[in-house]
Each structure stands twice: as C-alpha cells, then as structure tokens.
Design a protein around this ligand. Sequence first.
Ligand code: ANZ
Length: 337
Amino acid sequence: MRARTHRYTGIKLQLLELPPSLAALRGRTVYAIAATLRPETMCGQTNCWALPSGTYGAFEQKPGGDVFVCSHRAARNMAFQDAFAAFGKCEVLVERVPGSELIGLPLRAPLCSYEVIYMLPLLSIKMGKGTGIVTSVPSDSPDDYAAFTELKKPKKQEFYGIKPEWIEPYEPVAIIEIAGIGTCAAEAMCTKLGVQGPGDVERLAEAHDVVYTQGFYKGVMVRGEFAGRTVQEAKPLCKALMVAQGSALTYLEPDKEVISRSDDECVVALVDQWCARRTRPHHGCPARTMPCPHHALSAPCPARTMPCPHHALPAPDCPAAPAGARRTPCSAPRPAR
Ligand code: ANZ
C-alpha cells in the first residue's frame, strides 16, 4: 500500500469567546484550525463545523504565542513540519477540548464575507482526516449545503441546542460561476439530483464529484480579491494571500492511515532527505537518481535536495520552487538499495 500526501491549507478561525476547557487561556489568541483543499472558497464561508463527540487539543505555536485548537493527530503532523517552536514536539496547553464545547462559539474567519460566523455541529466529521474542524461553504460544497439547510429547520436547532442567531442570518454566498450550472453550484446540484439531506450519502457523493470537477475546470470567481480569475488561478493566489497575512498555514498529512513496523502512526515530516528512484527504465539501464522536473535535466537537479519522486513535490532549493519551500516532505519509506 503506497500512501500519498494531502496538502491542506489550515485556515485560522479566531475564537472570539473561549469555552470552559480553554478558560485558562484568556488573553491569548486562540484559533480553531480548519483543514481545506479549497482555499479559493473562503469568501463563501457561512459557519464552521466541529464534531460534538470529538476530542480536540489546544497547542501552543511558540512560547507565549498563538494557540491552535485541532485534533491531536493533525497537531502531531504539523509539529514535524515546522508549525511549532521545536521540530517534532507540540506543546499541549489543554489535552482535552470536547467538541461539544466548541459548538456555538463565535469566530472570525479570513476572507469571509460575514464578520462573525459560528461553530456548528456536523456528525459526519472524521477525526482521522484533516484537523477535525471543517469550514463550511454551502455555495460550493454539497455536503455543507445539505448540513446547513438541515440546521435551518427549527426542530433540528432545538434538537442540537443551536440558537437561531447562529445560523438564520446566514445564506450561501455566490462566489464561483460554473458555466451550465450557475453560481451556488452545490444548491443547484443537490436540487437537480434530489438530495434528501445530509444522510443521502450516494447522491451527495455524485453532487460532490460534479461540483468539484466542473468548478475546478470551468469555474470563474465572481467574488473576492480574485474575482474574474478562474478557480485554477485563484486557488494558489488565495492560499498565498492568507499565508502572507498570517491567517493560514500549509500542512501535509498522509492520505490514509500509515502504521510503522514499531506500531506508530506515521506523519509527514520535513526532513533533509534525498529520494532516489532506483527502478529500471524500460531500456534496462539502472536509473540512480531522478532528473529535476523543473530543469528537465538528464542529470540530477543542481540544487541541494531532490524533488521526492513519490510525491512529485518541487525541490526546495530549485529556482522554480515556491518561495518558502525549504525541505522535501516525504512520508514514503526510502527505496530499498
Ligand atoms: C472548505 C470547502 C469548500 C471544502 C468547498 C470543500 C468544498 P474531499 O472533499 O474529500 O476532497 N473536510 C476536511 N476535513 C474533514 C473531516 N475531518 N471530515 C469531513 N470533511 C472534512 O476533502 C476535502 C474537503 O473535506 C475539505 O475542503 C473540507 O471541506 C472537508 F467548496 O473545506 B472543504
């Protein structure tokens, strides 16, 4: 089984109030970190989701600095990617932050069209994916649209103990126009396919595939800093903007659970490591190193480190690599010699 990596953007949603478990952190800047693969959709946020039965932690970015609330698993991955003061270590300020305590907290979210949004419950959150906190864009995510629409029902609000003011003033925001579908593609596809609600997994999966694919290839931004640009253009621009503002970070994690021989759960670590492919090309000559795809040289990249052939990530010291790239993230085992 070969694991790949997911490169998430961790969106920093500032907690404007602290729950009882975080009371000792009063006066500190505390962020819920939501993992997304769609940074270009952040101007469409209407709320954030947490798992009420989930357990989160609070982690200090550096001594006296900002505090991140996310799953322990995500914090461990981040710790091996220079997100915290010491490589490989996360300073746990609060071990147990119950998801139920996060529900109803007001948040300030980057690039969001609403000044304040609220944390709401979502039962389909997987604690083994991303940070366990998900920012909600009902205009372009069918899953968010179905869950958001469900929580607009007074009976559901009563059931989950949700105050109407946490959801009623909020509506999906038109942010991307997709030719043939329109703006608010999630609503359009859920209606077209007759999605019955958040539990209608099959139809939601179909809507998800259509909205994601069509949005990626045909979508044009109609709101925000990059209005007029295609989704493909806006994606890296929005991400870079938020990272430059300090309102987001990039982090990677394995796309599936990887357990080592010592029975530890593996993380993605930024390490000074050369990944060399030793497979034989078709003409039978052993290939010792990979040429750098940026330079398209037949010899190895002149830079200090090589791109990892498992993940095809750019060489950090390669002139074509994005600014800030330092080391080669690689979660794959070294090829056998
Ligand atoms: C904002 C957003 C906007 C998202 C948008 C999607 C569409 P997939 O969809 O499988 O490729 N996500 C992140 N962590 C999650 C978790 N622990 N449990 C459930 N869902 C989670 O995965 C990427 C998307 O899954 C992420 O991007 C996040 O929702 C959701 F128009 O963020 B997205």
